[in-house]
Design a protein around this ligand. Structure first.
Ligand code: PEP
Ligand code: MG
Length: 564
C-alpha cells in the first residue's frame, strides 16, 4: 500500500517483511490478526437540555466544529488517492458547510436564545437548512440536504463522544473474518458493547492508557493500540493487519513470512501460558508462605466464565456501572437482582465484590441526564450521584442485598472522600435491609461492606474510615490522577501520570497500615495491581489482596511465588 507518508512507515524491525508499520501506544497486550473496520457513528437523537452557561456551550460547539473540519480534511486526503478528486471533493464541500457563517451564527444564536445544549442546537439548525435545500428547484441543491444532515451528525457525534454518550454505530463486516476496530476514540459504553467473538483488536488515534475504554479492553482480553494519530485514517478500511498490543505496533498488509513469525510468537505466548497452568488450583503465596488473595476485575456477569477459567479466587471488583452503560434506561431492581444473583451463584462460593454504581466522568449514559460539567472527573459522579438520587442507589442496594443469599457477595462504595459519606451509604444500606425485612425478603446479614480508597482524602483519613467498614480496596487509577493532579483521560499529560510516584506509594502504605490497625484487610484493584514489576513493592507495602484483569491472574500467581 502506498497510502502513507514516508515518516509513517518504517521497516518492520528485523522482520523480513515489506509490511507498512504503524506505531501507537501499547494499551492491551496480545496479538491479533484481522481486517480493519472503521466505526461509523451516527449521532444519537439529541434531546434538548438547559445549560447554565451558554458561552461555555458555544465554546463546546466551536471545538467540535473545528475537530469535524480536521476529520474531513483527513478524509479528503485519504480519499483523493483512493477515489480520485471527483469523489473526494465531497469532503471539501462538507468542510465549507461547517464554515458557513450563516449556519454557525444560527447555531450560536439558538444556544444563547434558548440556553440549550450544543447537540440540540446543531440538530435543529441542520434540519432548518435541510428543509430549505429540499424545497429548491435545483437538483444539485436538493442533494445538499443530505450533506448538511451528514456533516451536522458528525459534529453531534463528536459532542456526544466528549460527553461519553455512545452514538448508534455500524461496523462493516468482511465475511467471517476477524475484525480490528479502528476509530478516533471509543467511549467506555461503546467498548462494553463490542462483540468479542467478532472484534479481536482495537486501534484508536487518540486515547489514554488509564481510560476506562482501555481497562475494559484489557478485561475483555482484546489487544489494543491507542494514540496512533493521523496515520490511522479511513484509507485503511478493509486492510489486513497484525496488531501487537504489547509493543504498540501495527503491521499493514503483512507478507506471509511476517504472518508466520507472528503466529509463531502467538504460539510461544500460548506455550508460556500453558506453563503457567502449573499454578492453577494453587493458593497464591510468597516464598515465605505469606498468602495474598488474588481476585479478578470484571465488568459484566458474562465475565464470570473468564474468572473461573483464569482460576481467580473470586472477583475483587465488579464494575457494576457496565450494566447501566449497556442499558437504554435505568435497570430495574429485578433486572439487577437477576444479574447479581446469577454472578454470585456461578462463582460457586468464591468472593464477589460488587462496586456500587460509579457513573459520571467518562462513564455516562444519556438517560441519567447528567449536566455538562467543566471537570466531570471531579464533579457529580459515583456516590455523589447515588446519595443525591437515592431512588437510583436504593434500587441497586436492594438488588445486591437480595442477591447476597446466593453466594459470597460483598458490597463496595466508590469515590469516597469523607466519613459522613460512608455513614450515609451505610444508612441507605440499612434502610434497604429494613425494607426487605418488612417485606419478608431474605438477605445475608453478615455480608462484607467495603470502600474504595481512590482519593487522597480517603487515604489520609483511612484511620477514621477503617472502623466503619470490613475492607479497603485501593483504586490506584483514580488515586494517581487525584494525587498528582493529572487527568487520566488526557493523553497529552499521560507522561505525568506516574503511579510509582512517591506520594502515591505513601498513600498506599498509610491506607494499608490504617486498615491493619483496625483489623480489616486492604487490597489493590487499580491497574497498578497487574504490573509485575511492581508486585514486589505492593507486597512489601503490606497489601493483602490484589485484583487484576482475568488474563493476568496466573501470571501474577507465578510472580508472587518467586517473591520472598
Ligand atoms: C481505580 O480508580 O483505580 C479503579 C479501580 O476504579 P476505576 O478505574 O473504575 O475508576
Ligand atoms: Mg476509580
Amino acid at each position: 500500500m502506498v497510502l502513507y507518508s514516508a515518516s509513517d512507515i518504517t521497516a518492520a524491525g528485523a522482520d523480513p517483511s515489506s509490511a507498512a508499520l504503524l506505531h501507537g501506544t501499547p494499551a492491551s497486550r496480545g496479538i491479533a490478526f484481522g481486517r480493519i473496520t472503521f466505526l461509523k457513528r451516527e449521532a444519537a437523537p439529541a434531546p434538548k437540555r438547559q445549560v447554565a452557561d451558554a458561552a461555555a456551550e458555544q465554546e463546546r460547539f466551536e471545538k467540535a466544529r473545528t475537530a469535524a473540519i480536521a476529520q474531513l480534511g483527513q478524509l479528503y486526503g485519504a480519499s483523493l488517492e483512493k477515489l480520485g478528486e471527483q469523489n473526494a471533493v465531497v469532503f471539501q464541500i462538507h468542510q465549507m458547510m461547517l464554515d458557513d457563517p450563516d449556519y454557525v451564527q444560527q447555531i450560536n444564536a439558538l444556544i444563547a436564545d434558548e440556553q440549550c445544549n450544543a447537540e440540540y442546537a446543531v440538530e435543529t439548525v441542520a434540519r432548518r437548512f435541510a428543509e430549505i435545500f429540499e424545497h429548491m428547484d435545483n437538483d444539485y441543491m436538493r442533494g445538499r440536504a443530505a450533506d448538511v444532515m451528514d456533516v451536522s451528525r458528525r459534529v453531534i457525534s463528536i459532542l456526544q463522544l466528549e460527553q461519553g454518550v455512545a452514538s448508534p454505530h455500524q461496523i462493516k463486516k468482511y465475511g467471517d473474518e476477524p475484525l480490528i476496530l479502528a476509530t478516533d476514540d471509543l467511549a467506555p459504553s461503546e467498548t462494553v458493547q463490542l462483540d468479542k467473538d467478532q472484534v479481536v483488536g482495537i486501534l484508536t488515534s487518540a486515547g489514554s492508557t488509564r481510560s476506562h475504554t482501555v481497562i475494559f479492553a484489557r478485561t475483555m482480553g482484546i489487544p489494543a493500540v491507542i494514540c496512533m494519530g493521523d496515520p490511522l485514517n479511513e484509507s485503511l478500511e478493509g486492510a489486513f493487519v497484525i496488531v501487537d498490543g504489547a509493543s504498540g505496533q501495527v503491521y499493514v498488509d503483512p507478507d506471509e513470512a511476517l504472518i508466520k513469525s507472528f503466529k509463531e510468537r502467538k504460539r510461544n505466548e500460548d506455550a508460556l501460558r500453558a506453563r503457567l497452568e502449573l499454578f492453577r488450583g494453587k493458593e497464591t503465596r510468597t516464598l515465605s508462605g505469606r498468602q495474598i488473595h488474588l481476585y479478578a476485575n470484571i465488568g459484566s456477569a458474562d465475565d464470570i466464565e473468564l474468572v473461573k477459567a483464569a482460576d481467580a479466587e473470586g472477583v475483587g471488583l465488579f464494575r457494576s456501572e457496565y450494566i447501566y452503560l449497556q442499558a437504554k434506561d435505568f435497570p430495574s431492581e429485578e433486572e439487577q437482582f437477576q444479574i447479581y444473583r446469577d454472578a454470585a451463584r456461578d462463582l460457586e462460593g468464591r468472593k464477589l465484590i460488587i462496586r456500587t454504581l460509579d457513573i459520571g466522568a467518562d462513564k455516562t449514559a444519556d438517560y441519567f441526564m447528567l449536566k455538562h460539567e467543566e471537570n466531570p472527573a471531579m464533579g457529580m459522579r459515583a456516590v455523589r450521584i447515588c446519595l443525591s438520587r437515592p431512588e437510583i442507589f436504593k434500587t441497586q442496594l436492594r438488588a445486591l442485598l437480595r442477591a447476597s443469599v446466593y453466594g459470597n457477595l460483598a458490597i463496595m462504595f466508590p469515590m469516597i472522600t469523607a466519613v459522613d459519606e460512608v455513614k450515609s451509604c451505610l444508612e441507605k444500606l440499612d434502610e434497604c435491609r429494613a425494607e426487605l425485612k418488612a417485606a419478608g425478603i431474605p438477605y445475608k446479614d453478615d455480608l462484607e461492606v467495603g470502600i474504595m480508597i481512590e482519593t487522597p482524602a480517603a487515604a489520609l483519613i483511612s484511620d477514621e474510615l477503617a472502623p466503619l467498614v470490613d475492607f479497603f480496596s485501593i483504586g490506584t487509577n483514580d488515586l494517581t490522577q487525584f494525587t498528582l493532579a493529572v487527568d487520566r483521560q488526557n493523553a497529552e499529560v499521560g507522561r505525568f501520570l506516574n503511579p510509582y510516584h512517591h506520594a502515591v506509594k505513601k498513600l498506599i502504605r498509610m491506607t494499608v497500615e490504617n486498615a491493619h490497625q483496625a483489623g480489616i484487610w486492604a487490597g489493590v484493584c487499580g491497574e497498578l495491581a497487574a504490573d509485575e514489576g511492581f508486585t514486589h513493592e505492593l507486597i512489601s507495602l503490606g497489601v493483602d489482596e490484589i485484583s487484576v484483569a482475568p488474563s493476568s491472574v496466573l501470571m501474577l500467581r507465578a510472580r508472587i511465588a518467586t517473591l520472598a
